[in-house]
Design a protein around this ligand. Structure first.
Ligand SMILES: [Zn+2]
Length: 484
């Protein structure tokens, strides 16, 4: 135990040193980039000078290098020199540098957004790499905001990129969104969505919101106000804010997550690119009719279909964006969205302690049983029903990915009718413990309870559950078991 404490302390200290060094690196890189910029004179720094009667006239604020660099988009009448000037002069925040944030930030940086702020409190994990394309294997366990910043600097060293390795809170969110022309919501949880939605409504900052799960992605633009748009000063609100559309958080079971439900990498890739496109159009001053205002784009990768649905209109009584009352306060979002606590923190307690077994105890129990079986085998007694029964209730896909040897798969979603009946028969016939297991130890309790309710009083004592699920098994017993 002492060794563990010492190691944990040492690691914490190393993390702090790493953070300090990363900060110093950012400071030095910024200083270096600034010094480089000063030396570039767009007109006079040509490789050679000729005696030339006609001097070049640049008809805007863009220097030679910018015209050359961004020429392929400046050529478009929809962007042009004026659009590029606006792009170069704008500041955009990307909240969440994951599956959506990575492609979005990459295109914003490449297009020349002058100032990009990357917000993420998380670190790069190996399961992120299939979709979060700014992070590489070398970046594992480093700050996502920092890792993405380094990748973006390689794409475009002419722009400012600021990593912000923090969780957004009511205290720091206004300072961020009020300074930005557009905010991209690339986050993965409902509390952050409400926090950003309210803060953007209050600060009159346009919010380009994206989401992606499984094979489906969504995109819309919230809090679009014409005051923000210099071309249409006389008009005011043009679209709903996040809270106009979603006044209350959806129930827990309606909110999925990439870690629980999975996601195909190109889906957030696609939505992130579209978020970047909308953000560019907003900073160029496109009118609301041309933006995803009051509408939501739904992309289904399974049949490659794009649909657009109309969103409910702005609610004039909305507490977040109502004009009648200019005073609006940010609230306690974790409390407001308490139903949606991150699944890692969420722990059910359905079964009494004596029916829950730890991973270590299960390993000891199975080992003892195996030794006993060796003895029985020598005595030539064979009865399958004396084995403990391991029931894995994860989905068939997860079970195929990895499972404990000898377990059977009864996905929790299919636990009814004939399937449930066949499981009940197995439990009744078994002369040993029946241990339910899942990924984190919540579904297994639900499944065990379903069986306890139907199996008959004399069999209830056999039903047990692996506390903490296969994650605990991987942590304490079998380090070769994949954690996902
Ligand atoms: Zn509203």
């Amino acid at each position: 135990m002492e060794r563990i404490d010492t190691l944990e302390e040492e690691i914490a200290e190393l993390r702090n040193t790493l953070l300090a060094k990363e900060k110093e690196l950012i400071r030095l890189k910024k200083k270096w980039a600034d010094s480089q910029r000063k030396h570039i004179d767009p007109v006079n720094d040509l490789p050679f000078k000729m005696n030339f009667n006609h001097s070049t006239k640049l008809r805007g604020k863009l220097p030679k290098w910018a015209i050359e660099r961004y020429s392929r988009q400046i050529l478009l009448p929809e962007i042009g020199i004026q659009g590029q000037e606006r792009i170069c002069a704008s500041r955009v925040a990307v909240v969440g540098v994951g599956g959506l944030g990575c492609p979005a930030a990459a295109y914003l940086a490449a297009a020349g957004i002058g100032d990009i702020v990357l917000v993420d409190h998380d670190r790069v994990a190996v399961s992120n790499l299939h979709r979060q394309i700014l992070h590489t294997e070398e970046d594992l366990d480093t700050n996502k905001s920092m890792s993405a910043t380094e990748s973006l600097r390689k794409i475009n060293s002419r722009i400012n990129i600021t990593p912000y390795h923090r969780t957004l809170t009511t205290e720091n969110v206004m300072g961020l969104v009020a300074r930005c022309n557009v905010v991209l919501d690339c986050s993965d949880n409902v509390a952050t969505r409400y926090l950003l939605g309210d803060a953007c409504a209050l600060a009159k900052t346009v919010l380009v919101s994206g989401s992606a799960l499984k094979m489906e992605g969504q995109l819309t633009v919230y809090s679009y106000r014409a005051e923000n748009n210099k071309n249409e000063k006389d008009l005011s609100y043009r679209g709903p804010c996040y809270r106009c559309v979603f006044p209350t958080p959806p129930p827990l079971e309606a909110v999925g997550s990439c870690s629980a439900n999975g996601v195909a990498g190109p889906v957030p890739g696609m939505i992130g690119c579209l978020q970047a496109m909308e953000a560019l159009k907003v900073v160029m001053g496109y009118p609301y009719e041309k933006l995803m205002v009051g509408r939501m784009l739904i992309f289904d990768a399974e049949d490659m279909s794009f649909r657009t649905v109309k969103l409910r209109p702005r609610n004039p009584e909305c507490r977040s964006c109502s004009t009648t009352d200019n005073f609006m306060e940010l609230m306690d979002y974790d409390n407001f969205c308490s139903e949606q606590k991150r699944e890692e923190e969420f722990e059910l307690k359905l079964l009494p302690d004596e029916q829950r077994i730890s991973a270590q105890d299960l390993a000891i129990f199975l080992n003892q049983h195996q030794r006993q079986m060796g003895y029985e085998k020598r005595k030539k007694r064979k009865d399958k029903n004396t084995h403990p029964l391991l029931v894995d209730v994860r989905s068939a896909e997860e079970y195929k990915m990895c499972s404990i040897d000898g377990s059977v798969n009864y996905p929790i979603n299919e636990l009814s009718g004939e399937k449930l009946e066949s499981l009940l028969e197995m439990v009744r016939a078994r002369n040993n413990d029946v241990i339910f297991m899942c990924r984190r130890g919540n579904d297994s309790q639900i499944a065990a309870t379903t069986v306890i309710d139907a199996v008959g009083a004399q069999h209830i004592g056999k039903v047990k559950e692996l506390r903490g699920g296969l994650h605990e098994w991987a942590r304490h017993v079998d380090h070769y078991f994949p954690v996902y």
